[in-house]
Design a binder for this molecule. Structure first.
Ligand SMILES: Nc1ncnc2c1ncn2[C@@H]1O[C@H](COP(=O)(O)OP(=O)(O)OP(=O)(O)O)[C@@H](O)[C@H]1O
Ligand SMILES: [Mg+2]
Length: 272
């Protein structure tokens, strides 16, 4: 289901990319690399499948709406293991997007914390969080959030550029991951010339291009018909099974949840 929060997040991420893309065009890549990678070399894969990769501890998130306090999350604790494919489910307004945004470091809780791969992310500055996201996390949104003026390949390699990789490296990485999502012949195609399913596959390629520790997806199939949804879920399953990709996906549909290993169920901002 659409809601203001998600759209704002999408816009923010899009803007972040756009800003960075402009900078990259004019900046020396070596300086960029120093800036992006030197301080935070946090890409340390966990020991093995089954280790705890992400832990949310007593997360509280409230929003102020004029006079009213909306208690979106009222003390949620979750543990997700490396290699798990998780569904977050619950009625509309139960806090699914809010929880995903806390676990994915797109928002900051009022209290509680999120530990990712042993790192207490509550100790990070906003800038550090930004870098951590760029290097370690991947996101898929229901509206794809592709940049319309960039073709498939450019949309995918932008985050690799931001990490300071060489042109040869990011171009071949984009081609490889686009082939893996079945779009090897669409590298130069603009999003406006693609179907919804194809656009979502580009956004999945973008989310996975830098081999994130965790892939977060908020209702990735919400705008797709059931056949196309199935193709997207099959892709997630493939990356989960073949590469051990940890995936945390919000969904409304029981048949989507059937693709996952485990369901985290929310009701009124709490675990059910
Ligand atoms: N930015 C915000 N400002 C104010 N209230 C918010 C904000 N974001 C979310 N909320 C409120 O927090 C609660 C949980 O919202 P959330 O978006 O997490 O629900 P959801 O389970 O993802 O719902 P849906 O299935 O409709 O997407 C709702 O009552 C919502 O109105
Ligand atoms: Mg939502």
């Amino acid at each position: 289901m659409g809601n203001g929060m998600q759209t704002e997040t999408e816009k923010e991420v899009g803007k972040e990319f756009e800003k960075e893309f402009e900078k990259i065009g004019t900046e020396n890549i070596a300086d960029r690399k120093k800036e992006a990678g030197a301080e935070i070399e946090m890409k340390t894969p966990p020991e093995k499948t089954g280790d705890v990769i992400i832990e949310g501890i007593d997360i509280v998130r409230t929003f102020r709406m004029g006079e009213v306090q909306v208690r979106a999350l009222r003390g949620v604790s979750v543990k997700i293991l490396h290699g798990e494919f998780i569904a977050i489910m619950g009625p509309s307004g139960s806090g699914k997007t809010t929880l995903l945004n806390q676990l994915g470091l797109l928002d900051t809780p009022n209290s509680g914390k999120v530990i990712i791969n042993g790192i207490d992310t509550s100790l990070m500055s906003d800038k550090e969080k930004g870098k951590f996201r760029l290097h370690n996390l991947g996101y898929v949104f229901q509206d794809y959030a592709l940049l319309p003026e960039l073709n498939a390949s450019e949309n995918v390699y932008i985050s690799l550029m931001m990490q300071g990789r060489s042109k040869a490296e990011y171009e071949s990485a984009a081609a490889e991951i686009l082939a893996a999502v079945g779009l090897g012949d669409r590298l130069a195609q603009l999003p406006s010339k693609m179907s919804g399913g194809q656009q979502q596959r580009v956004s999945i390629a973008r989310a996975l291009a830098h081999k994130p520790i965790i892939l977060f997806a908020d209702e990735p199939c919400a705008n797709l018909d059931s056949q196309t949804s199935k193709e997207v879920l099959d892709l997630f399953k493939k990356f989960n099974k073949e590469y051990g990709q940890t995936i945390v996906m919000v969904t409304h549909e029981d048949w989507h949840a059937a693709y996952t290993d485990r369901v985290i169920r929310l009701k009124d901002g709490m675990l059910e």
